[in-house]
Ligand binder design. Structure first.
Ligand SMILES: [Fe+2]
Length: 410
């Protein structure tokens, strides 16, 4: 057996923490430089003979090395995140089942995924039936599109009804969902989001539960919206929305979990929410849009013009109960030309981005003001705390002129 010694040594500055390996007298010593004021950690690692001593190991390690000219590889050509829809009809008919929104073949994921970090699915459960779900994830969120029932797991049992949302942390076993009632389509429908694709990419499994199981009831969400609606200045807002937070993120990201982010957002009748963009991918559930579909929609595109209008936008028409993808970094605006309030529930990996200070959420009128001042912003971190509802309203009269790429939501 060879023995690894982890021995502390001091750096010149006395502040760096670094590790290096060396070989002396047939033994490998792993030396660790620690802070001056810290006591050495006495660690000993024992490994099998030959693990690091095989002849030819340098050649083996070199075989995986790739070296690129900077300009050729600094911005690699990865598959784009597509604008696609997961139609509501999928969870409105058929047997009890999970209906994955799997785009891995399009975006290059090695395992099922809807975006690089997230997986979205519908879970349909017929009345009187049950189904189990499982994910190797740090966060799982379930929004109840329709129906009433319960979910049982190692975290306990939670009952739910239409409009509720609950999240669970690392779960070793399964969650068993049982439907007891449904107001339509003979069964319940859940919108299920988790971050297993992120863990698949990292090649890791969750080690600890990062938050406690958490339930948001529809009643509590709507009561909060009503409070905002009646707050001073609310009459000037074209967006009434509530961000969903968690006690464990209260002092940090203020997001649904440490990786997930969600918002219950309403768009009043005959109003427009001007474009904004962010680096997180949005998987938007149209909670409610007036029927027949067609007068509530999202415009999205890569660029805006000098007036703040999205250039050559894709038009995604909302249909109640359907999900559509908003690619990362794309400008998007919400339009409600109907006579009733529309609701949307985006789920994003923005907890992760907020933690990294890379969400880079930008509102079009802020960017236009900068542009007119001859400035280009490097980071929009300073406006990430801006009230999400504080977007200037401006009527859009040219929306009909935009190309209509209806991706099947209608
Ligand atoms: Fe957004």
């Amino acid at each position: 057996m060879s023995t690894f010694h982890v021995a502390p040594v001091r750096s010149d500055s006395g502040t760096n923490l670094m590790t290096r390996a060396s070989s002396t007298s047939g033994l490998f010593a792993l030396e660790q430089m620690e802070k001056d004021d810290e006591e050495p950690r006495g660690l000993t690692h024992v490994v099998s003979d030959g693990m690091l001593c095989d002849k030819g190991i340098s050649e083996d390690w070199e075989s995986s090395a790739r070296i690129y000219e900077y300009g050729a590889a600094a911005n690699p050509d990865l598959p784009a995140i597509p604008v696609l829809v997961h139609p509501a009809s999928l969870h409105e008919a058929g047997p009890t089942r999970v209906i994955p929104f799997d785009l891995s073949s399009m975006i290059g994921g090695a395992a099922p995924c809807t975006s690089p970090n997230l997986m979205a699915s519908y879970v349909r459960v017929l009345v009187g039936e049950r189904i189990s779900t499982a994910a190797l994830a740090t966060s799982q969120a379930y929004y109840v599109i329709r129906g009433g029932g319960s979910t049982t797991s190692e975290h306990g049992r939670v009952t739910w009804n239409t409009g509720d949302l609950f999240v669970v942390p690392k779960t070793d076993g399964q969650l068993v969902h049982e439907c007891s009632a449904a107001e339509a389509h003979d069964g319940a429908a859940l919108y299920w989001i988790h971050d297993q694709p992120l863990l698949d990419y990292l090649g890791v499994a969750p080690a600890v539960a990062k938050f406690d199981p958490t339930l948001f009831t529809r009643q509590r969400l709507l009561e909060t919206v009503e409070e905002i609606r009646h707050a001073p200045g609310a009459e000037h807002k074209n967006r009434l929305g509530v961000l969903l937070g968690n006690a464990k993120t209260e002092e940090t990201t203020k997001t649904l979990t440490h990786t997930l982010w969600s918002l219950l957002n309403s768009i009043g009748p005959k109003s427009v929410q001007r474009p904004h963009r962010h680096n997180s991918v949005a998987l938007d559930l149209a909670v409610h849009a007036e029927w027949p579909a067609g007068r509530v929609y999202t415009l999205m595109g890569k660029e805006i013009d000098g007036n703040g209008d999205i250039i050559d936008p894709i038009k995604c028409v909302w249909a109640t109960g359907a999900v559509f993808v908003t690619p990362p970094g794309w400008w998007h605006s919400h339009h409600n030309e109907s006579d009733s309030t529309a609701w949307v529930l985006p789920m994003q990996d923005a907890g992760l981005y907020t933690h990294q200070r890379t969400l880079d959420i930008r509102f079009v009128d802020d960017e236009l003001a900068l542009h007119r001042g001859g400035r280009i912003r490097g980071s929009a971190f300073a406006v990430t705390n801006k009230q999400y509802t504080d977007i200037q309203t401006r009527a859009r009269e040219d929306a009909e002129e935009c190309p209509n790429f209806n991706y099947g939501l209608a």
